[in-house]
Design a protein around this ligand. Structure first.
Ligand code: NAI
Ligand code: CS2
Length: 491
């Protein structure tokens, strides 16, 4: 019999689930068995089950890719390893909260729809990345999105997460079954509102009565999720194998020790008591989301674009450069904090703690990974803050340099004339614009013309245009490192 973490003898230091896993029922379905979910919601649930008797178990579904991983998860009885690596300490735990898994390519679309329509299912959560919501720049459903166009034409054979959710809700409504709560756990401001909007837009196209029923009966709580979970690499799998005493775990994940989960307490069919294991259940999550997205993710994107261009492979390497560290801190404190409404949080201390987390030498968080999908990330991490400063006539030179760094990055050629593999749903369109303009400040106004990213009014603002042009010019002339150093001198 093949040795897996489910049947092997593991080193004593490895913490295994202490609860009876046979009691778990798949009452919570999650879409997107990616890196983050495993280290966050899956582990919260496993911790809770370790602490109290619960029958809340997870059914994992990946809709795009991840088929092999689902097979591997099944082969190890749905257990997986989470390694929490701090700067000085490492903890190894086995998460045991998953009791079922499905994949359209393995089990068929109908099986997944039937699972979602099963009255036992009370929560459907998701980590499907920003692009999985298929929203346009106005926050409405993008009906031109190929998966959405496909699903609207054949709603009983969906491909998109939105198509699955609406079809399952229809099946529940038709069968007289009460709905589930839809819980977005992606890094999107107002993530609950965003998913509610696209779900309702989609339902309205198909069936107005269904849309009204969803509006009345389904809740879409917003969540703020936080834990740095880099994509796994050959090296990190190797490290896990060593920590497991030679046993391999292809579903394992390595992450930082910090984790935070703030959730709006609006669940239509019950929820596990996540507050017992550190989650914050609150009335309004938006102030926390803004804080995290603008301070953590905003500075992460700054470090990702300018770090990559400056030759740094990881975030830890980028913040080891004092200029980058100071610029990231100024971006947080001078340009993001004034835009926030969160109460009762010491934001200076929060900024320091973020820089400490970024500096964790044991996490190999690649600048390239964070630079991914910039077209989806910039608006929420930076553009609202820029608009705030423009309205007040205030300086936003750190944010301007981050946006200019992104513009230089999406050209697809680095400072040593080497190709950059730009991963972004709009990569081809952005590349074509850059190729036409060349590595030239003229590219700025052309990229600002991409309405899916930059609101028209912002793109036409002269102060905004010249700030980005100035920043872009400095990246061209001084290189990313030089531009960051110059920025820091000017602060
Ligand atoms: P990942 O690449 O490991 O997993 C992505 C998951 O999204 C996969 O399960 C894939 O099946 C699914 N997916 C991708 N495109 C999709 C689509 N169009 N429709 C449906 N499903 C789709 O990425 P990871 O690290 O798990 O991150 C996923 C999201 O989690 C991020 O985009 C972010 O919003 C959120 N997050 C990630 C954190 C991290 O540090 N990795 C921390 C906080 C939030
Ligand atoms: C990162 C985030 O990939 C990115 O864009 O900024 O995934 C970041 O690691 C998390 O939001 C931390 O919670």
């Amino acid at each position: 019999m093949q040795q897996t973490i489910a049947n092997a003898t593991l080193p004593d230091a490895v913490k295994r689930p202490s609860f009876d896993r046979s009691q778990l029922k798949p009452k919570w379905v999650h879409l997107g068995f990616g890196a983050f979910h495993r280290a966050h919601q899956g582990l919260f649930m496993s911790d809770l089950a370790n602490q109290q008797h619960t029958d809340w178990g997870l059914c994992e579904i990946s809709l795009i890719g991840g088929e092999e991983q689902i097979k591997k998860l099944r082969a190890q009885e749905h257990c997986y390893t989470v390694v929490e690596k701090g700067a000085h300490e490492t903890q190894v735990r086995i998460s045991g909260s998953v009791c079922e898994s499905l994949h359209p390519a393995l089990d068929g679309i109908e099986t997944i729809l039937n699972k979602l329509a099963n009255p036992e299912v009370a929560i459907v959560s998701m980590t499907i990345t920003e692009k999985g919501y298929c929203a346009d720049a106005s926050g409405h459903l993008d009906q031109q999105n190929p998966s959405i166009a496909h699903d609207l034409a054949t709603p009983e054979q969906p491909k998109s997460a939105i198509g699955y959710i609406v079809q399952a809700l229809k099946m529940r409504k038709d069968a007289g079954v009460k709905p589930f709560t839809v819980l977005s756990c992606d890094n999107i401001q107002g993530n609950g509102e965003v998913v509610a909007q696209v779900v309702l837009d989609y339902a309205k196209v198909l069936d107005g009565e269904l849309a009204t029923w969803i509006e009345k009966n389904v809740t879409f709580p917003c969540t703020m999720v936080d834990r740095i979970v880099p994509a796994m690499t050959t090296d990190s799998y190797q490290q896990v194998t060593e920590l497991l005493g030679g046993v391999t775990d292809p579903c394992s994940i390595v992450c930082e020790p910090f984790r935070q989960w703030v959730v709006e307490d609006r669940f239509v069919a019950g929820r596990p008591e996540w507050e017992k294991v550190g989650a914050q259940l609150v009335e309004d999550v938006v102030p926390f989301e803004e804080m995290k997205l603008r301070m953590l993710n905003g500075s992460h994107s700054f470090l990702a674009y300018l770090g990559y261009l400056g030759g740094y492979e990881t975030i830890a390497q980028s913040v080891a450069n004092d200029d980058y560290r100071q610029a990231a801190k100024a971006l947080m404190l001078k340009e993001q904090v004034p835009t926030l409404s969160v109460q009762g949080v010491d934001l200076n201390a929060y900024a320091d703690s973020l820089l400490e987390r970024f500096a964790n030498p044991n996490l190999h968080h690649r600048t390239w990974q964070i630079a991914m999908d910039g077209s989806q990330k910039l608006p929420q991490r930076m553009l609202k803050s820029v608009q705030f400063h423009l309205a007040k006539g205030q300086d936003f030179s750190c944010l301007a340099l981050a946006i200019a760094g992104w513009m230089r990055y999406v050209s697809g050629v680095d400072e040593k004339d080497q190709p950059i593999e730009v991963a972004d749903p709009m990569a081809a369109e952005l590349r074509a614009i850059c190729d036409k303009a060349g590595l030239n400040v003229a590219v700025v106004s052309r990229l600002l013309g991409v309405e899916a990213i930059f609101p028209k009014e912002l793109a036409a603002n002269k102060t905004f245009i010249s700030a980005i042009e100035l920043a872009y010019q400095s990246v061209l002339e001084l290189g990313a490192k030089g531009a960051v150093a110059q920025l820091v001198k000017s602060l």
